[in-house]
Design a protein around this ligand. Structure first.
Ligand SMILES: Cc1cc2nc3c(=O)[nH]c(=O)nc-3n(C[C@H](O)[C@H](O)[C@H](O)COP(=O)(O)OP(=O)(O)OC[C@H]3O[C@@H](n4cnc5c(N)ncnc54)[C@H](O)[C@@H]3O)c2cc1C
Length: 234
């Protein structure tokens, strides 16, 4: 486990409370990690509790910065959001085992900022030219509020093996160029969009309720536990 000071280099507002933060290592050497892992970000210049929180990197290890998609919901995120560019934070990690296993066929399921570790994995695979047969189902309200929407569109166009579907709850019709459904992700949506889901290893991160319900229903549909990888944030 490494611990290093990082500098806040960029903050991108996706929509209202959704921000993407980029940090560069103060000494120029990024902490080595595997796509899908998370970091402890700490002591963001604040004296009182909370002193740290955990965040999944959305960057891939080939990038020279660490990137995080964060929903501003409470004390730590509020403070992170108030930091001026060039502020220092403590970065500790990497942590976690939510790592792509190299399978031929995969299904990534993410909702909200829960897409972060999946983005890291997809970016990493694209960089290494290793996308084989991967499908992402990305859930959210409206595409304009969803981090990485434009980049994912480009990645899909450029990568033969990558398909992206959206599950949108705040739109009346699917935006131009988007495939998917106008409802929350559930087992019915998976069956409809990815009929061969039983042949895939499934990686998911996002809303608690979605993860619990999919975990149960996927097993009922015959998927073994080894084929269901879940990153839980709480
Ligand atoms: C392994 C791991 C990886 C994580 N990765 C990320 C990440 O990439 N991006 C990210 O935004 N968070 C991530 N989290 C959650 C993060 O660690 C914090 O818990 C979160 O940012 C809230 O911290 P806070 O101090 O601002 O809120 P707190 O002051 O601790 O909580 C405020 C309130 O907000 C609620 N809340 C917390 N998260 C959400 C949410 N997403 N939506 C709605 N309400 C919420 C809490 O239940 C609480 O009621 C991750 C957690 C873990 C364990």
């Amino acid at each position: 486990m490494e611990k290093k000071e990082y500098t806040l280099s960029e903050k991108e507002e996706i929509f209202d409370d959704i921000k993407v933060f980029r940090f560069i290592p103060k000494d120029g050497e990024n902490i080595r990690y595997t796509a899908g892992q998370f970091f402890k970000i700490g002591d963001a210049g604040k004296k009182e509790e909370p002193k740290f929180r955990y965040y999944s990197a959305s960057s891939s290890p080939d990038m020279d910065y660490l990137e995080f998609a964060v929903k501003i919901v409470g004390r730590f995120t509020g403070h992170l959001d108030s930091l001026p560019i060039n502020s220092f934070v403590q970065m500790e990690g990497p942590y976690g085992h939510f790592i792509y296993g190299g399978e031929e066929k995969s299904l990534f399921i993410g909702s909200g900022v829960g897409v972060a570790p999946l983005m890291s994995i997809i970016r990493g695979l694209k960089y290494q030219n290793k996308i084989k047969d991967a499908i992402l189902i990305y859930g959210g309200r409206k595409t304009e509020k969803m981090p990485f929407f434009k980049e994912l569109g480009r990645l899909e166009e450029e990568s033969k093996g990558l398909k992206i579907y959206y599950a949108l709850t705040g739109e009346e019709k699917l935006p131009e160029g988007c495939k998917g459904v106008l409802k929350r992700i559930d087992i019915g949506v998976i069956m409809q969009l990815v009929p061969d889901f039983r042949e895939r290893t499934i990686y998911m991160c996002g809303h608690k309720e979605m993860l619990s319900s999919l975990n149960k229903t996927l097993q009922i549909e015959g998927l073994s536990l080894e084929k269901i990888k879940i990153e839980r944030w709480g």
